[in-house]
Write a protein that binds this ligand. Structure first.
Ligand SMILES: CSCCC(=O)C(=O)COP(=O)(O)O
Ligand SMILES: [Mg+2]
Length: 228
């Protein structure tokens, strides 16, 4: 695929830059294991208390005990729910894991060279993931390819909207201050690509191991098949 009209690239993480198994078999179990103690130890810290209150709000129970909040959060992890306060708390817990060297952010081998090349040829690079901005920066900052955060001009998470809703992509385009069709969105999830297309973005589906099969979106299996 060759496309010189692209001025910015927005990439998803799980299934696009990163093996789904890293997210589901390393990150989520780590958060499941560490979150209860983290919350009991830090519940009074303002940044954590704010997220605990946001969980209570999502539960529709402003008086939920900390233990009830923990049960709810563990259920959300087990069922892979993209709830904003869960994502914020996961990011805080993963920070410890990355900093202690318990794991590195997984990137497919074709990802870092392509990001470097696109950046060198003047494309602006962004991330849009359901993982919190903190979690995104950690994954790219402590990646198996080193610290790639200097390559990115910005990060978006569910604070901008949910990934299957066109309004989220309209807001991203507005923040980038570019015509929608100058922005290319990369993802493995068809519903996300449909929403981005509805907002006027260009789209490209990554078909990787364990992701959805190719569909009506143009598709590639690796970043080095994308020529911009
Ligand atoms: C940002 S690293 C953790 C990824 C994550 O928590 C997640 O839910 C994956 O979401 P994505 O939008 O990248 O599929
Ligand atoms: Mg994905």
């Amino acid at each position: 695929m060759s496309n010189p009209t692209v001025r910015a690239i927005v990439t998803d993480i799980e299934g696009t830059t990163t093996d789904i198994n890293f997210v589901h078999k390393v990150l989520f179990p780590y958060a499941h294991n560490k979150l209860p103690e983290f919350l009991r130890a830090n519940a009074e810290t303002p940044a954590v208390a704010e997220q605990i209150d946001a969980v209570r709000s999502e539960m529709g129970d402003p008086d939920a005990t900390l233990e009830a909040v923990i049960v709810e959060l563990l259920h959300w992890i087990e069922t892979d729910q993209k709830v904003t306060p869960l994502k914020a708390l996961q990011g805080m817990v993963w920070a410890d894991g990355y900093q202690r060297g318990d794991f590195k952010g997984h990137l497919y081998s074709d990802v870092a060279p392509a990001l470097h090349q696109w950046k060198e040829t003047g494309k602006a690079l962004y991330v849009y993931s359901s993982g919190s901005v903190q979690a995104q920066k950690l994954l790219f900052g402590y990646s198996n390819e080193g610290d790639l955060t200097p390559l990115f001009s910005g990060y978006f998470d569910t604070h901008i909207g949910h990934k299957r809703e066109a309004t989220a992509y309209q807001r991203i385009v507005a923040e980038l201050d570019l015509p929608a069709d100058a922005v290319l969105f990369l993802s493995d999830v068809v519903e996300e690509l449909d929403a981005a297309k509805q907002a006027g973005m260009q789209t490209l589906q990554l078909v990787r191991e364990g992701t959805q099969a190719g569909t009506h979106h143009a598709c590639v299996t690796r970043f080095d098949e994308i020529v911009l």
